[in-house]
Design a protein around this ligand. Structure first.
Ligand SMILES: CC(C)(COP(=O)(O)OP(=O)(O)OC[C@H]1O[C@@H](n2cnc3c(N)ncnc32)[C@H](O)[C@@H]1OP(=O)(O)O)[C@@H](O)C(=O)NCCC(=O)NCCS
Length: 211
């Protein structure tokens, strides 16, 4: 199912975040935010591999191969969660997906987001468009909280991700200090959180059958 940005409804995002996502569409008429397919996996792997090799946003230190990404994509879809790509002119420019925040059953209404943009296209509104769409899609499902685990270093890495999540209505919950070490530097994780739909205001709706 394709989800055109122009029709996104992000209930609790700031009005400016939604406006920005719409502006991104207007600025790049051919940009589409849609569900990832099997054909997108090699491009997704290439985008992620760059960030694993050169950045600290991911705590992985050896990039997974195409087959690994294919399995991860399949697991996200098996759980009924969204896995989206930003595509323009047939090229995948970035992707975002939601996964279980933690696996034990009481966590089943909490998801974690991941967003990665091709290094060449950062800072063009794609992360905002993808994350706004991801929130919108999760709000149409049973999930009630979205968590972001943002890697931050003393040298300022992570500032873009913090800004992005704030724009989409996340607030900072806490900071774990020096829980990561990669490329010779300690890394903190900043936990951010955003309610989805009714959040904690109403009881969740259990899904009838869970695989
Ligand atoms: C973080 C990331 C997803 C942001 O996506 P992006 O397309 O580059 O960001 P956008 O252009 O959509 O910007 C969204 C908002 O964040 C802000 N922002 C983006 N990069 C920023 C930076 N380096 N410093 C400060 N603010 C920044 C933008 O200014 C914008 O806010 P604004 O509308 O108020 O100006 C992308 O840069 C990326 O892939 N980074 C490496 C991987 C990563 O950190 N992923 C997140 C894992 S949780």
């Amino acid at each position: 199912m394709n989800a055109p940005l122009a029709t996104l409804s992000v209930a609790s995002a700031t009005p400016m975040a939604v406006a920005n996502a719409t502006v991104a569409v207007q600025a790049c008429a051919s940009l589409s935010i849609r569900d990832a397919t099997g054909a997108d996996i090699p491009a997704i792997q290439a985008i992620y591999a760059h960030h694993v090799r050169h950045g600290r946003a991911s705590f992985e230190e050896v990039e997974p191969g195409v087959d690994d990404i294919r399995l991860r994509h399949a697991e996200v879809k098996r759980q009924g969660l969204p896995y989206l790509v930003a595509e323009r002119g047939g090229e995948v420019l970035g992707y975002a997906y939601a996964s279980a925040y933690r696996t034990r059953s009481a966590y089943r209404f909490a998801v974690e987001d991941s967003v990665y943009i091709d290094e060449r296209y950062r800072g063009q509104g794609l992360g905002l468009a993808l994350l706004a769409a991801l929130v919108s899609r999760c709000e149409s499902g049973p999930w009630r909280q979205m968590v972001a685990v943002v890697a931050c270093t003393a040298s300022g890495e992570g500032a873009g991700s913090l800004a992005l999540h704030e724009r989409v209505g996340f607030r900072t919950i806490g900071r774990l200090q020096s829980v990561g070490f990669k490329h010779g530097q300690w890394i903190d994780t900043v936990l951010m959180q955003r309610p989805l739909g009714d959040g904690e205001e109403t009881p969740p709706v259990e899904r009838a059958a869970r695989a």
